[in-house]
Design a binder for this molecule. Sequence first.
Ligand code: SF4
Length: 381
Amino acid sequence: MPEIEQGPIRPPSEAHSLLLRVTRNCSWNHCEFCHIYKGQRFSPRTVEEVKRDIDNIQAMVSEIRSLSWNLGFGGEISASVAGSILTPPGLCPEGYRSVILWLYQGGKTVFLQDANNLILRTKDLVEILTYLRKTFPSIERITTYSRAKTVSRKTLEELRDLHDAGLSRIHIGLESGYDPLLELVKKGVTARDHIDAGRKVKAAGISLSEYIMPGLGGKSMSREHATETARVLNQIDPDFIRVRTLKALEVMPLYRRIEAGQLQIMSDDEIIAEERLLIQNLDGIRSRFTSDHILNLLEELEGDFPEAKERMLAVIDRYLALDLPERENFRLGRRGGYYRALDDMNNTELRARVDQIRKRIEDERPGQFEQVISDLMESFI
Ligand code: SF4
């Protein structure tokens, strides 16, 4: 059976996309809050290697569709077709499994891995995109991660070529718009680079997703982190602003800074207050704001600017106005996977379960509530 090479991660919004590895690891790899590719060397894959994977995916698709015909489903990849091919679990190679699930989800979107694909020569990336679309004409969206610095080095014409070849969206880790913080965490990009890259992506007709990281500046830089990030976003007006709250892990270089007292970790409540300041300062944009990452406390901070701004601020104010036991109940319910929205605390069944867990923590790990919350968050990443 042919195999394909896939990398470790994708954005949450690409959960239903086919993962096609175009480069391996990260060409920068210095960001202190990021552990994903540490210890791994960056390498581009050749156009031939990627085309071979596309051919192998096509071979898998043909085989999966003929299995569907044999099962009487006329080539459709329904839940029962996917289930019968994937059963018993563990026997199906990972790449094959991901192609089945991609077809089951409609087979219309592709995410190019890994961290910085625009580092490739534009003509190579255009060749890959063109081949991919020719092989699968039903593909409607192709997206990739890229660094702002790398994007800003492409000419507008090159970005337009990528758009015309089928690149629909670029996901960029903005993290912060505050230069001293960007320098501290070794992002290797300035606020100016972010603005230039973001505007250029939009001018090329490519959809733009910017990721921001509340909590990254710790207590001492929180205010500037929020206001400068808002200022940069206001100048870019990206299609999407996506929130990914910082959770510092021991494997991250940033952790050493925290241990040395150079950065003071913020509480959930302080981070929510920081997000409030950021949202309050977002102005004149038409972006969709999303909190689609499990590390974000308030998932319901979501909506289109400018209309959703007041509603999002009201959600934050509602949370911050809760008394301490209620805020802790919500945090535990959210981190434990029971609550998704503040209203879920009114669901008596869910509430009873969260209360029960709280009681167990008090009995078995007295005084360790914050550690339990931290452990739960760590288990998500
Ligand atoms: S550019 Fe992205 S992938 Fe690379 S180190 Fe920074 S955050 Fe991690």
